[in-house]
Design a protein around this ligand. Structure first.
Ligand SMILES: [Cu+2]
Length: 173
């Protein structure tokens, strides 16, 4: 089947879907435009503020921790992060538990939220009788919407261009 014989509606839908698929695939490969997010988490007896963090996959998070009353921990499941934060201190201590690292002093912890899902963060330093209940949640959503819609729009534009450049129907015998 020659390109000129494909009906317009088929050409439009095919390129529209193809563009969307390409956008979706690029998001899946982690090429979505990353957003930098500066987040301060305040730890106090017996909660974190904010208790829930919502980000998109691919975002780079810069997390600063502060303690409001006593020394608290911050263990983030799924991202191999643990921290210790003391009140009145502008810096805190962080480590990667699985690599048996010692705590080192930092001003922020920075990482790319490349794993989607829900990850609990909880206090890793006994801070009082309600300590086991001190936890929050990081929710990382897949970042499909934006690249997919850009892909759909590009596919549509390509289809329109192709159609405008075709010879008129009566010219095609
Ligand atoms: Cu605590």
């Amino acid at each position: 089947m020659k390109l000129a014989r494909i009906p317009n509606y088929l050409l439009i839908s095919a390129l529209f879907l193809l563009g969307g698929l390409a956008g979706f695939a690029s998001a899946h490969l982690g090429r979505a435009a990353a957003v930098e997010r500066n987040i301060t988490i305040a730890a106090h007896k017996y909660a974190y503020d904010p208790p829930v963090l919502r980000v998109n996959q691919g975002d780079r998070l810069h997390i600063r921790l502060v303690a409001k009353d006593v020394t608290h921990g911050f263990y983030l499941e799924g991202y191999n992060l643990d921290a210790k934060v003391r009140p009145e201190n502008p810096t805190f201590w962080a480590r990667r538990p699985s690599e048996h690292q010692n705590y080192h002093e930092v001003e922020e912890i920075s990482f790319v939220a490349n794993r989607t899902g829900k990850f609990r963060y909880r206090c890793s330093i006994t801070c009082g009788y309600m300590h086991p209940f001190m936890q929050g949640e990081l929710i990382v959503s897949p970042n499909y919407l934006y690249p997919t819609s850009v892909g759909l729009a590009l596919g549509l534009a390509a289809a329109m261009l192709l159609i405008l450049r075709r010879p008129p129907a009566e010219g095609r015998v």
